[in-house]
Design a protein around this ligand. Structure first.
Ligand SMILES: *Cc1c(COP(=O)(O)O)cnc(C)c1O
Length: 363
């Protein structure tokens, strides 16, 4: 029997992520003429009423979906999550203050290394292939914030619960899992996420920040990346990433049409459960992350050896299942199951895995 062959190639890339076909069709329309205006969305002046409508709707839809309290500001920045690794300490620390970090994998380690260049950093807790138990975290009382990475995209580890910190503002890199399910925003001082994983196009970085954390920034921060100045200016300091904001707006409306984040979370849970079940079946594949810590958005697994993994990736690509290679620092196989990845795509991957295992196991 031939491998399942879908009509359009299916991408499981961790970034840029897959987009719903419906959203791609809307993007195509707006590229030619935005809402019948006769102008492409790319041609709209950012200070004009039309683009300001796009921006205001995107913010309102985000607020509706995540139930963001009025005491939080939403910023539409550039530079990706990586720029935030330094912008967080630059914007939140007063001179002489320290920061604490929870290290759970590749991305939190990168965030911490960038912060270390600017301020004293204390590791509150550290674990690999797991989220350290909250009771074991040691956050110094004078730390200006505690930083976590809610989904470790390279290793496939995810926070399935968010701690309640009584005095220290919690800062989270949610690049891989923001909007994949409901969230209690009140537990956070600040959340950041680049858009190309669950929210469409590269170029936009969302920052959701509690108002009382503004006003601490250091003067060296360029104005477009200064939380306080951008919040004051309503994201109009300079030209924002208009196309990426437009695409994010379409993704947010699509999420609403699906029924909101509870429905999306249920769908994402089903997708992940199917894939982990396929990994657990037959002993050919294995996932090194213990079940309670496994990510529902970036699923990482291995085959018996690197030769089999290379053969798997090649056969998968021939079957139209693309971008399944693991993060270079980790190796193995990795499938992103972001919001834009359909259940049908996961079914196709699972069917392919069963066929591949049947052919290649016990040889
Ligand atoms: C992808 C990713 C990043 C890097 O995002 P950029 O937009 O490329 O800077 C950072 N953190 C996490 C958790 C990621 O998944």
């Amino acid at each position: 029997m031939p491998f399942f062959k879908p009509q359009r190639s299916l991408s499981f890339a961790t970034g840029a992520g897959s987009l719903p076909a419906e959203v791609l069709a809307e993007i195509r329309e707006g590229l030619v003429s935005w809402r019948g205006s006769g102008l492409s969305v790319l041609e709209l002046p950012f200070t004009g009423a039309k683009f300001q409508t796009i921006l205001a709707e995107a913010e309102q839809d985000l607020r509706d979906l995540l139930d963001i309290p009025a005491s939080y500001r939403v910023l539409f920045l550039q530079g990706g999550a990586f720029a935030q690794f330094r912008l967080v300490p630059l914007n939140l620390l007063r001179a002489g203050e320290s920061a604490s970090y929870v290290e759970t994998g590749y991305w939190s380690a990168r965030a911490m290394a960038e912060a270390r260049a600017l301020c004293p950093v204390v590791v509150a807790a550290r674990a690999r292939k797991a989220v350290p138990p909250f009771a074991e975290w040691r956050i110094p009382p004078d730390a200006a914030y505690c930083h976590i990475t809610t989904n470790e995209t390279a290793e496939g580890v995810q926070f399935h619960e968010i701690p309640v910190l009584s005095r220290t503002p919690l800062v989270a890199d949610m690049t891989a899992d923001l909007l994949t399910g409901p969230l209690d925003i009140r537990r956070f001082g600040l959340i950041y996420a680049s858009a190309q994983k669950n929210l469409g196009a590269a170029g936009l970085t969302l920052v959701i920040v509690r108002e009382d954390l503004l006003g601490r920034g250091q003067d060296v921060v360029p104005a477009p990346l200064d939380y306080t100045r951008q919040a004051r200016a309503g994201n109009r300091i300079n030209t924002p990433p208009t196309f990426a904001i437009y695409v994010a707006g379409l993704m947010l409306k699509w999420l609403k049409r699906q029924g909101g984040l509870n429905v999306i979370a249920e769908r994402n849970r089903r997708k992940a459960a199917k894939l982990y079940a396929a990994i657990e079946t037959g002993g050919f594949y294995h996932c090194p992350v213990p079940p309670p810590h496994r990510s529902s958005v970036t699923v990482c697994f291995h085959l018996p050896d690197a030769v089999q993994e290379a053969a798997f990736l090649e056969a998968a690509a021939q079957a139209g299942l693309l971008n399944l290679q693991g993060h270079p620092a980790v190796g193995g196989i990795r499938a992103a199951l972001y919001n834009g990845v359909t259940e049908a795509a996961v079914d196709a991957l699972v069917a392919f895995m069963a066929e591949f295992a049947a052919k290649h196991a016990h040889r």
